[in-house]
Ligand binder design. Structure first.
Ligand code: AMP
Ligand code: GLY
Length: 419
């Protein structure tokens, strides 16, 4: 099969790496791809959000299957457009991807179907939002309704901080239209776990639990990022908690979306908090997490292409999805200054040496004229190691990453060691 993966980050590199092991796949393409992906797939210079260009290219080049990995093309209806053009695609249609693109939609869905989550109210009027914040007190959480690159959430420790967040989203237009409506919710406590589930709209198959580290600096300090590293399995996610999540959260969510006429096919991302009152939903995403995907897919034993086909065709129940018993750690090497301003075009060395003990997924890289790999984004590489135990996987990822360097390289030294 000729398969196109849409996107160009570490997550897409990991998906392509797993697909490249499938006997079903004959040729891989990626749009737009990156410097490392180019070693596995032919990169096509089309922006991930250009739905019309992507569909025409896939049609003209006779793709047998397209995997839409990032959130924005899913929200824009790329899967709908591909399927309508007769090209089988993996990922939810826009009417199901809304679980990520509208937090208000998700909160209403959870309320209607009694799925445990933080108590909330949604607002379009700033004064009403401010009054609610003052009434509820701090700590309190303020969230922009729409997609805001993972940065539209403020966990406010004081009423003043929450007021400021609501003002900047609703009055100053910090996130444009995405922030004109906000959700204000109760602040929950407890360890966070991500569970990615494959689903065909009816059946579901949870992947091993994972945990990402969103803050830029050690000790979970500093600004939120796309994710500075991930481990899998996440400690603390016991079989008993897994059973409760399946009964109280995963199955009810899949059933609710189907009942609403929005069957979800693809990967549904459950961001969970294990609170003293039991597991609750922090957020849904409509796709694999990045960098959770890199850690989790390195534990997959089954053929990813077969899983994608089963999700698309409604036959996931006939498949036995197998995982190794081991553990994985993905350590992100970022540009100095990320998530703020950073330089690009800097040469990276040591990739080959690191690649002997770990898989180095590329995120923000490009190939220079002489073939040299250069930095081209905030998150540059995801050094991913597997081992029998989590501690050994973490150690191996750090050791392997030690071989790599580029000017101003920044990474956290405590991935997998904080909750
Ligand atoms: P989100 O983009 O909704 O996942 O939020 C980003 C991060 O903010 C989460 O990973 C949590 O660490 C934190 N967060 C979001 N909602 C809450 C909440 N209700 N209580 C406590 N922390 C939260
Ligand atoms: N790592 C979090 C996300 O992909 O949303």
């Amino acid at each position: 099969m000729k398969v196109l993966v849409v996107g160009g980050g570490g997550r897409e590199h990991a998906i392509l790496w797993a697909l490249s092991k499938s006997p079903k796949v004959s040729q891989l393409y990626c749009a737009p791809g990156n410097g490392g992906i180019a070693a596995l797939a032919e990169c096509v210079p089309i922006k991930a959000t250009d739905v019309a260009a992507m569909v025409s290219w896939a049609k003209e080049n006779a793709m047998d299957f397209v995997v839409v990995a990032p959130d924005d093309p899913l929200a824009l209806g790329m899967v709908d457009a591909l399927e309508e053009a007769g090209i089988p695609a993996f990922g939810p249609r826009a009417n199901a991807a809304i679980v990520e693109s509208s937090k208000i939609f998700s909160k209403e869905l959870m309320a209607k179907y009694h799925i445990p989550t933080a108590k909330y109210q949604s607002f379009t009027d700033l004064d009403e939002a401010l009054a609610y914040i003052r009434r509820e007190g701090a700590p309190i959480v303020v969230k922009a309704d729409g997609l805001a690159l993972g940065k539209g959430v403020v966990v406010a420790q004081t009423v003043a901080e929450a007021e400021e967040a609501a003002r900047s989203m609703m009055a100053d237009g910090k996130f444009g239209a995405a922030g004109s409506r906000v959700v204000i919710e109760e602040c929950m406590t407890g360890p966070e776990v991500t569970v990615l589930c494959f689903t065909d709209g009816e059946h579901l198959s949870p992947m091993p639990p994972s945990r990402d580290h969103k803050r830029a600096y050690d000790g979970d300090k500093g600004p939120n990022t796309g994710g500075m590293g991930a481990i899998s399995p996440a400690p603390g996610y016991t079989p008993e908690i897994a059973r409760r999540c399946m009964e109280e959260i995963f199955r009810p969510t899949i059933d609710a979306l189907r009942a609403e006429g929005r069957p979800f096919r693809g990967v549904l991302y459950f961001g969970l908090m294990l609170t003293p009152d039991g597991p609750k939903v922090v957020e849904y995403n409509a796709r694999f997490g990045d960098p959770e995907c890199q850690a989790v897919l390195s534990l997959l034993e089954s053929d990813l292409m077969e899983i994608f086909l089963a999700c698309r065709n409604g036959t996931l129940d006939q498949l036995d999805v197998r995982w190794t018993d081991g553990a994985a750690c993905c350590l992100v090497l970022a540009s100095g200054g990320y998530p703020g301003k950073y330089e690009t075009g800097l040469p990276i060395t040591g990739l080959e040496e690191a690649g002997r003990t770990a898989v180095v997924f590329h995120a923000g890289t490009k190939r220079g004229e002489d073939g040299q790999i250069l930095t081209s984004g905030g998150r540059v590489l995801g050094v991913t190691a597997t081992a029998d135990t989590l501690e050994a996987a973490i150690q191996k990822a750090y050791e392997s990453a030690g071989a790599i360097s580029f000017p101003d390289m920044h990474f956290r030294t405590d991935i997998g060691r904080t909750v």
